[in-house]
Write a protein that binds this ligand. Structure first.
Ligand SMILES: [Zn+2]
Length: 292
């Protein structure tokens, strides 16, 4: 005869054991995906660059080499801290693979009159990420203010970005997508400028433009537990970083001391963008349509 109390206790233990086994199985899955992802990078990333003359329809070919020494990347952001808050995995993977990475930040983040301080913080963050100060450009323009209510004009931002691309023979541009990751108007303005340049055929022949995919808020705060979803969903370019690189991403974030309010500290712990980046290619037109 089984006593009711004993039955309940056994039942509860069974549930606990099942949950523990499921969680353990999930951790093993994460480890397997992480190992596969990192072992095959950059070929597992979807793409990095295509050679001249190849398809530019937005579905670029994969590269199989470990070194990305020929990659001259330009990260275009709106504010100091965007580079580590959203793009740290991509920047760290590219710099570790010997790619040249430049940063074009279109404002000094002067919303609270902290522009001068934030510029210094940005340089500190970039140094941790592997971008030397001479490869960082911060734009100071009264028409490009850090303000979610400010509409940045394409007529102003597009030529600035294009000049950078041509001056430094950039062949890979990284920026936000139409959702701007956080929905910030300034982020979205950069996507619009690059989409415009791509649409009118002003992006050089050998240059590829990638936009960082905005994901749902639920996925955004699953930290590295979100990994299987990013792994399974299609993307043109993707990066994942491990514990050592995460420490660097965190260190870069900590350089932005003026921004370290409590929810930023939670962001460092829980944001999936601190571990994983997935990008979509912006299709580039070959025809050079008249610009303005
Ligand atoms: Zn921003």
């Amino acid at each position: 005869m089984i006593l009711p109390g004993l039955f309940c206790k056994t039942d509860a233990m069974c549930v606990l054991l099942s949950v523990s086994l499921c969680f353990l199985g999930y951790l093993v899955c994460l480890k397997l995906i992480y190992n596969t992802w990192t072992r095959r990078w950059p070929s597992s990333s979807g793409c990095v660059l295509h050679s001249p003359g190849q398809d530019r329809s937005g579905v670029p070919r994969a590269r199989t080499r470990d070194s990305l020494g020929e990659v001259r990347a330009l990260l275009v952001t709106a504010h100091p801290d965007d580079e580590c808050m959203f793009f740290a995995p991509a920047v760290l993977k590219l710099t570790a693979s010997k790619a040249t990475v430049r940063l074009l930040c279109l404002s000094s983040g002067n919303y609270y009159n902290q522009g001068a301080r934030r510029k210094q913080e940005l340089l500190g963050s970039c140094a941790v990420l592997g971008i030397p100060a001479h490869q960082v450009t911060i734009i100071e323009n009264k028409e490009l203010q850090d303000d979610p209510k400010a509409e940045w004009s394409i007529a102003l931002t597009a030529p600035l970005i294009l000049k950078h691309i041509t001056t430094y023979s950039i062949n890979l541009v990284l920026t936000f997508d139409e959702g701007g990751v956080s929905g910030h108007t300034n982020h979205i303005a950069i996507y619009k400028a690059l989409s415009h340049l791509a649409f009118v055929g002003r992006i050089p022949e050998d240059c590829q433009v990638l936009s960082l995919q905005t994901i749902s808020i639920l996925r955004k705060y699953l930290s590295f537990f979100e990994m299987p979803i990013s792994w399974l969903l299609p993307s043109s370019f993707s990066c994942i970083i491990g514990p050592n690189e995460y420490k660097k991403a965190k260190e870069a974030m900590l350089h932005h001391r003026s921004q370290l309010v409590w929810f930023r500290r939670l962001y460092i712990l829980f944001s999936r963008y601190m571990f994983i980046n997935t990008f979509r290619a912006i299709p580039v037109e070959k025809t050079d349509v008249k610009f303005y």
